[in-house]
Design a protein around this ligand. Structure first.
Ligand code: IVH
Length: 687
């Protein structure tokens, strides 16, 4: 107290010392940056309407980090720089919930909803008017978040309802969750919500995983729960999880009268709540609202499996109470799933580029949610065991949104005795080579024969695809022929092919053979980034390949790379870095690259990266067709000049380059009043 008074006195008497002045200035800067970052988080994740680009966001964060590094005494727990904890966690502690996390009873029809209302009215034994709050039932992972004195202190998954896992470090990486709340929230409160992945992020993560030859997630819920359980929170941060708060847990020092008041209050503190929810003054409105979303469910950017109907008044909620399993004051109205039954004709095995063997069920075609389904993935051999699925079984399949159909269960009562158990392959279904697991407890099997034709075919297709070496004409049937006839035994062999070789194949006539040889020849000049991407290094996508090539410029530099060097590049994490170094340490990769160099591939980047170019730091979107260069060439150029590109239009884009017949991106750019330039302007900018 005394010290405090002295400080005030001192302030009046003399000017602050330079160090104090600096601290004051730093504190001000930190506060402004924190506020800007918080605002950006909110616009991105809650309002779905970002105002700044990812790059600008990263710049704000980097600036904040820098000031904090110089003034560590000013780092607070709620600083956005503290979202990602350093290092790996060794596991998740079990935490008992103070108040059990219940589940919900289900209703499936309007009549059942009405019955539920009649039941609770009878229980209340008085003629009360009940009003409701109705929310989408998000298909995610349920979590309890605790705030003490306004700061996020704990987050625990639902677990079995009694005990869950402490995932605080991972939850803190979710940008829509505030680390501290706005004023008026200084007591202790536990709120509950759903951690989920948007359909869009789910799709793009799976696309990325396919490109990088990793197994895909079956649905957004699995992707969210898998991500939340990662031990490295810096990886969780990349998964773009989101969260919406839907329930009150418990609190000290707050007295909410209704669910609506609770939601409005926490939203005013900065917590994310679902804007697609509604207060309904009676059951008729509840039904109308539920049916509305039943028709519109696919338009939501997250997966839902129904609506949750809650009695709005907390007093009535208390009167109704709970059963052991679920509250009586809330009920789920479940939407019919996109499900169908069909028969498995056969279970087949695919072999991916890295040798991973994936079981696939080939189905008798069936209509499901407006789409004809004839295949369903079985993911891995544990899944086959878990489902006890056999060839000729009748199965229930489900298609959630745009997601790959999956088998929910086997209808065992339909078994006739002629079903065939799946044998886990002891050898590769294609090359008959040895199969093995990478680790003892892994559920995936791999073919480890580096010359396996299935792997080779996939690698060739990846290498030749448009976004890699762009060898037009090298499609699936030609690759099959070339590999099956042993004319191509490694990627390096395609550059030794002659027109005469091709003419030996029934698929080719003079012109087609000439065209393919010309396409192979012109691919020798592709930028280094295309080649790096084409190599199919695990975890290295198109953008990473561009960044690496712009930085190292020469393939020979890749053989000297160290994980520590790579990790210094902001876009490259430890997993990708390790994968790159591992790949270039393989003698077969070295041999392949030498062979390609002697075939005349340049493998040096022709672009020289200017440290400061007129477009450095600027983000471009390309729409429509350009005359003088392809979209990929334009993107490569932008990266090589220190700029960036995106495939979607938002307010953060600096330039929209509109070629001929621009599409919907052009329209959106106009609506957003963005800077639209022509191909000519673009060429001027990059010249
Ligand atoms: S209220 C006492 N509201 O559904 C139950 N739950 O099947 C409190 N869920 O475990 C839950 N969206 O994970 C509630 N708007 C919503 C929800 C929601 C999804 C999940 C929640 C719960 C499960 C119950």
């Amino acid at each position: 107290m005394k010290d405090g008074n002295n400080k005030i006195k001192n302030k009046k008497l003399k000017m602050p010392k330079p160090r104090d002045r600096n601290i004051e200035k730093a504190k001000k800067e930190i506060d402004t940056l924190k506020e800007e970052i918080r605002r950006a988080d909110r616009r991105y994740y809650i309002l779905n309407d970002p105002e700044i680009s990812d790059k600008e966001y990263d710049e704000l964060l980097a600036k904040l980090k820098k000031i904090e590094e110089r003034n560590p005494e000013l780092i607070t727990e709620d600083s956005p720089t503290q979202r990602v904890a350093q290092g790996l966690s060794s596991g998740f502690a079990s935490i008992k919930h103070r108040e059990k996390m219940l589940s919900l009873d289900n209703t499936y029809t309007v009549d059942e909803l009405k019955e539920w209302e009649n039941k609770i009215k009878r229980m209340l034994e008085k003629d009360v008017k009940i009003n409701y709050f109705v929310e989408p039932k998000i298909d995610g992972v349920s979590c309890a978040l605790r705030y003490e004195k306004g700061n996020l202190t704990l987050c625990v998954t639902r677990g079995d309802g009694d005990t869950g896992e402490d995932v605080t470090a991972n939850i803190k990486t979710i940008r829509s969750i505030p680390l501290s709340l706005d004023q008026g929230s200084r007591q202790e409160i536990e709120v509950r919500g759903e951690v989920y992945m948007s359909k869009k992020d789910f799709e793009s993560i799976n696309q990325q995983r396919i490109k990088e030859n990793e197994t895909v997630f079956a649905n957004p819920r699995n992707a969210a729960s898998g991500s939340l359980k990662l031990l490295d929170s810096s990886l969780v941060a990349k998964r773009k999880l989101r969260c919406l708060i839907h329930s009150f847990g418990w609190a000290k020092g707050y007295d909410f009268k209704t669910h609506k008041e609770f939601l409005e209050t926490i939203a005013s503190w900065g917590l994310p709540t679902d804007i697609n929810s509604r207060y309904c003054k009676n059951m008729d409105e509840v039904i109308e609202f539920c049916l509305k979303w039943e028709g519109l469910r696919d338009s939501l950017d997250y997966e839902v499996d129904g609506m949750v109907v809650k009695v709005n008044d907390f007093g009535l909620q208390k009167e109704l109470g709970t059963t052991l399993k679920s509250p009586r004051w809330a009920v789920a109205y479940k939407f019919p799933a996109h499900q169908a039954t069909t028969k498995i004709a056969r279970i087949d095995f695919g072999v991916g580029r890295t040798g991973i063997i994936t079981p696939v069920a080939l189905l008798e075609p069936v209509e499901c949610g407006g789409v004809t389904i004839s295949r369903a993935t079985l993911h891995n051999f544990d899944e086959i065991k878990r489902l006890d699925v056999r060839e000729k079984d009748t199965v229930l399949i489900e298609r959630a949104g745009d997601v790959i159909p999956k088998i929910i269960k086997v209808i065992k009562s339909k078994r006739k005795g002629n079903e065939i158990k799946v044998k886990i392959p002891k050898e590769c279904p294609v090359c008959k080579g040895i199969v093995t697991k990478e680790k003892e407890d892994e559920v995936y099997l791999y073919c480890i024969n580096p010359e396996c034709p299935a792997q080779l075919k996939r690698s060739l297709l990846h290498f030749c695809q448009r976004t890699a070496m762009d060898i037009e004409g090298m499609g699936e049937s030609i690759v099959d022929e070339l590999v099956d006839r042993s004319m191509v035994k490694s990627i390096g062999d395609i550059y030794a092919l002659t027109k005469e070789d091709l003419l030996k194949l029934p698929l080719f006539k003079e012109k087609k053979a000439f065209n393919l040889i010309s396409a192979i020849e012109s691919s020798k000049d592709r930028p280094l980034s295309r080649f790096i991407y084409g190599l199919g290094i695990k975890h290295v996508g198109e953008k990473a390949a561009m960044i690496l090539s712009a930085r190292y410029k020469d393939i020979d530099a890749f053989f000297r790379l160290k994980v520590e060097d790579l990790e210094l590049i902001p876009e490259i994490g430890p997993v990708m870095a390790a994968s790159i170094v591992r790949t270039f340490s393989l003698s077969k990769i070295k041999a392949l690259i030498r062979k390609l160099q002697s075939s005349g591939l340049n493998l040096k980047d022709k672009f020289t990266t200017k440290v400061k170019s007129p477009i450095s730091g600027k983000v471009f979107v390309f729409t429509g067709e350009m005359k003088s260069l392809s979209r990929n060439q334009a993107r490569e150029k932008v990266i090589s000049l220190g700029g960036d590109w995106s495939s979607s239009v938002s307010k953060n884009i600096d330039f929209i380059v509109a070629g001929e017949n621009p599409g919907s991106k052009f329209k959106k750019a106009k609506e957003l009043n963005l800077n639209i330039i022509s191909e000519k302007d673009f060429l001027k900018l990059i010249s």
